[in-house]
Design a protein. Structure first.
Ligand code: T4K
Length: 367
């Protein structure tokens, strides 16, 4: 039996990619915002329906820079969730800010907006909510709270590329949104990421941040780092964009089949289908809560059959060794997140996963 991993990178044909990078061989122009970088940036502004996109070498640096661009006072508190990839919390802390962990909703894994206000103190400066698995946060309520208390909002939208709420692109919410274009994402540029925003003043600022603050051969105006997307990454993105709609359509069919097989089974909980949300079918999380086997038992049974499901997101970031001494850490403060982290398993999902393999996975779980 062939192995099935949790995901598999979407790729264009070898010929299509070679054709796309041919001119890089001719020009020898490999990075520093070349033609492919410019083309992909324009294409993403169109697709994501947002005035400005700045490309990055990965999603993490995009998020770090987006938070840095807010110019928040060091030591300020940022409300976020621990049910996420290490990157979200690290991006806050690496900016000299203090993460304050809010609990999540049971049905969509995003921040529980009813618990945000009780965490706000005079030190609170921002909210960094996460659109988990492609489920969107309660954008309207976050917006209301942010306005009421004068807080900034940067969405970790690593999982939400192409998702829309009431027809509006997920790139348009908050002060900025960060997308990851990592190899494991619905849309990839091998490694890569972007910050999307509306404030025109940020164009120069983010360009400065990702390119040493260099504005010309003899002008350096800002203490920036280096986080540029290179031309080969951008070329991969240009190719992958051509196939994106088909890829999402294929993912949808797989998710529908999973749902058909696993819905209504006692002790198995599937993610809610969010109202007014057009999904990108990024991940397929399943919660084993009172099922005849525990999450860990299912994980092991699948592994024995060569099926690599993953425990995204276990452990919670507020239990990481590096955050244990933070006064705001501790999984007991986020009981729902802890409950879900101990029970959730994300099943294999990628555009070319065949229905027979979905059945193979469901058979292991159900039999
Ligand atoms: N915020 C959130 C909420 C995120 O989920 C992430 C990233 C970020 C921020 C940061 O964005 P980036 O800086 O990464 O752009 C993976 C990814 O590396 C990471 O991007 C992703 N989230 C996270 C959820 O998953 P690992 O350590 O689980 O990946 P790995 O190497 O075990 O790969 C998982 C599976 O993917 C493999 O079993 C097979 C497949 N795969 C992997 C690679 C590397 C491929 O098909 N091709 C590949 O090239 O972290």
């Amino acid at each position: 039996m062939s192995k099935i991993l949790v995901t598999r990178s979407s790729m264009p044909s070898y010929e299509e990619y070679c054709e796309e990078i041919k001119e890089l061989w001719e020009s020898h122009w490999l990075t520093n915002m070349g033609v492919k970088h410019k083309e992909l940036q324009k294409e993403l502004e169109r697709y994501l329906d947002v005035p400005h996109v700045t490309l990055y070498t990965n999603g993490h640096l995009a998020l770090e820079n987006a938070i840095a661009a807010l110019n928040l006072p060091k030591g300020g508190e940022v409300i976020t969730t621990p049910f996420t990839f290490a990157s979200t919390t690290h991006a806050i802390v690496r900016n000299g800010l203090v993460p304050v962990f809010c609990d999540i909703n049971e049905d969509d894994y995003t921040i529980d907006v009813s618990k945000i206000e009780e965490l706000i103190t005079v030190q609170t400066v921002a909210i960094v909510p996460v659109h988990v698995y492609g489920n969107l946060c309660n954008i309207e309520e976050i917006d209301r709270i942010a306005r009421k208390y004068g807080l900034k909002v940067v969405y970790d939208a690593a999982h939400a590329f192409g998702v829309r709420y009431k027809g509006i692109s997920s790139a348009c919410f908050g002060d900025a949104s960060m997308f990851s274009f990592h190899a494991t994402k619905v849309f990839n540029t091998i490694e890569g990421g972007a910050v999307c925003f509306k404030n025109h003043k940020w164009v120069q600022l983010l360009d400065d941040m990702k390119n040493f603050g260099i504005r010309g051969q003899e002008e350096v105006a800002y203490v920036g780092g280096n986080a540029k997307m290179n031309e080969f990454q951008a070329a991969m993105g240009i190719c992958n964009m051509r196939h994106l709609d088909k890829e999402i359509e294929k993912r949808k069919k797989i998710v529908e089949h999973y749902r058909k097989r696993l819905s209504g089974v006692k002790g198995i909980r599937l993610s809610v289908i969010q109202k007014d949300v057009e999904s990108n079918y990024a991940y397929f999380p399943v919660v084993f809560d009172g099922y005849k086997y525990t999450r860990n038992e299912i994980f092991n049974m699948l592994a024995e059959k060569g099926i690599g499901a993953r425990k995204y997101f276990y452990p919670l970031t507020n239990s990481f060794e590096c955050y244990r001494n933070y006064p705001t850490a501790g999984t007991e403060k986020t009981p729902i997140a802890q409950h879900m982290a101990l029970r959730v398993l994300t099943l294999p999902l990628y555009a070319d996963l065949c229905i027979e393999d979905v059945d193979r996975i469901c058979d292991v779980i159900l039999e």
